[in-house]
Write a protein that binds this ligand. Sequence first.
Ligand code: GLA
Length: 347
Amino acid sequence: MSGAGRDEARVFTPGRVNLIGEHLDYNGGKVMPVALKLGLNISARKNSDGVLNVSSAQFNDQVCRALDEAANGHWSDHVLGAVKFAHTKAQGFDIRIESTLPFGSGLSSSAALSVGVTKAVRRLSEMPVNDVDAALLAQQVEHEFIGVPCGIMDQMAVSVLDSGDAMILDTESREFRLLEIPRGWRFAVHHSGVVRSLDEGRYGVRRAECEAAARTLHVDLLCHLEQRNEFCLGAQSQLAPEEVKRTRHVLSENARVKAAANSLEANSIEAFGALMNESHVSMRDDFEISTPEVDAVVEASQEAGAFGARMTGGGFGGCIVSLVSEAAFSSWNERLIALAPDCRFIC
Ligand code: GLA
């Protein structure tokens, strides 16, 4: 968080890209997000009007929201929700957002907005807030104000990490370890061209399917099955066919995250890339959250020479992440754009 005196708080929150470990953060699994250089600069001041004046340079938009308003689908809901859940005294704020992060691309712009506003307004109100608390408050905004039943990965990543840092996060205990990306590796992010939104409801359907499978199999979280080594054929016969597939994704993906951390530490770019490719197949066939357009971009990235490529984030569109060597990046990127002209390089 940066300074700006007693009257103004300025906070930078980065976006994130998840390298591997999708839809595990509400199933008790491990995930591997990296904080991007792209992000949000948020500046906040108290006002005496008792309302929220919110402006965004990116949207060229300025709105005034009453503190007791309900969510209405506008992007400023994340600001209003964060102010409400920050539990500051009833107090108006002027909040200005400058962003280099594309909104609604699956790079956690919403989490960055809620986390950044939470930190800024609590700081102005001289209330304590550490990074994990800010993440939890921002998750509460999604669950109780916006209505998206997300996990904790995005909020933790954008609250705890500095730009360029990677971590392996245990989403159940919230313990994490920073990871070093070996020199010469480059994770590149492209937008697939398919716009997605978590509040379309499909995300919630997947979460409900996982929770139903966990209930049937008498575990609190699906990843607990791994510790008990229990996802045997007998257990599978108790589940609906799609629940078998969802559970298979969750358990195999969690194993892939652990293997990916080992590959990173062993500097094995081939092994890490192969795990990314497997992860995409699992999301496509077992978790069923990809789309033909996204699959085509992932395949184009692989064909252009990436060690691995996969969709990243909640699914049904958004971004893909590819692993290439730094030295090959430019020529690979040109080949990818030629093969998949609808995709857009982000970072
Ligand atoms: C979205 C959610 C996260 C996580 C990912 C999928 O980004 O906000 O909590 O579930 O999807 O891994």
